[in-house]
Write a new protein. Structure first.
Length: 239
């Protein structure tokens, strides 16, 4: 039976309670380990975590998250003042809402496995990594303000045109990208059966032509031979 959706505020409070229980258990285990060594250590209950002080916030539903799904991002995210890593994957979020722009320390944002259709509200100059695979995004507009973006994981979306990939040239710090299982990938490597080596290589060359700063593509390092081929191909196209 599916869990009913909750608000961001409820999700934060639930997660803080889970973290508190973990901290209390860790404190108890510390006392037990001391006793095993013949030492005396008094158990002191740790204080309940405070949202504004947490740096790695995990609001993903199900699995290890143990939380009902969030359907809507709202301004309650602004309470996470010191958050550096925000995990919102495996929810039912349809829109990237307000609130993120108020998180000046945010460096990693995980929004995979949601129902997001558009990249928006991403004015995050310090964000280094965006994980947003398994959504329904067909355009790569909206990433131009991510000036520090180095990692973009966007597999299993709806990107179908090379002109969309061209937009990533504005993200000059981008070095690691994951784009497999988008329509544009299937058009290049084929939609059925095992991907042939020459098709896979063509896919990688096409991306390197457009994004020469990449050092890793689809989880694998860029080989020197691939970079050389991409440079030669680009020169040929310019003639």
């Amino acid at each position: 039976m599916a869990l009913p959706p909750i608000t961001v505020k409820e999700a934060i409070e639930n997660w803080l309670d889970i973290q508190w229980e973990k901290n209390k258990q860790a404190a108890k285990e510390k006392v037990e380990r001391a006793a095993e060594r013949g030492q005396t250590l008094t158990y002191e209950e740790p204080p309940r975590p405070v949202a504004a002080e947490e740096t790695d916030v995990r609001l993903f539903a199900g699995g290890n998250g143990k939380l009902p799904p969030i359907h809507k991002m709202d301004k309650e995210l602004q309470t996470l003042k010191k958050c550096q890593i925000l995990r919102l994957s495996t929810n039912c979020i349809e829109k990237i809402g307000p609130g993120l722009n108020a998180l000046p320390h945010l460096e990693v944002l995980s929004l995979g496995r949601n129902k997001i259709k558009k990249l928006e509200n991403l004015d995050l100059p310090n964000l280094r990594e965006l994980w947003i695979s398994y959504n329904m995004i067909d355009k790569l507009s909206g990433l131009d303000k991510l000036r520090s973006l180095q990692v973009l994981y966007m597999s299993n979306n709806l990107i179908g045109k090379w002109t969309e990939v061209d937009k990533l040239s504005n993200n000059t710090q981008l070095t690691d990208i994951l784009l497999i299982n988008n329509p544009i990938w299937y058009e290049t490597v084929g939609s059925e059966g095992k991907v042939e080596a020459n098709e896979r290589r063509e896919w990688r060359i096409q991306l390197l032509i457009r994004l020469p700063g990449l050092t890793k593509l689809d989880g694998e390092p860029i080989e020197p031979e691939e970079r050389e081929d991409a440079e030669k191909r680009k020169l040929e196209l310019m003639r």
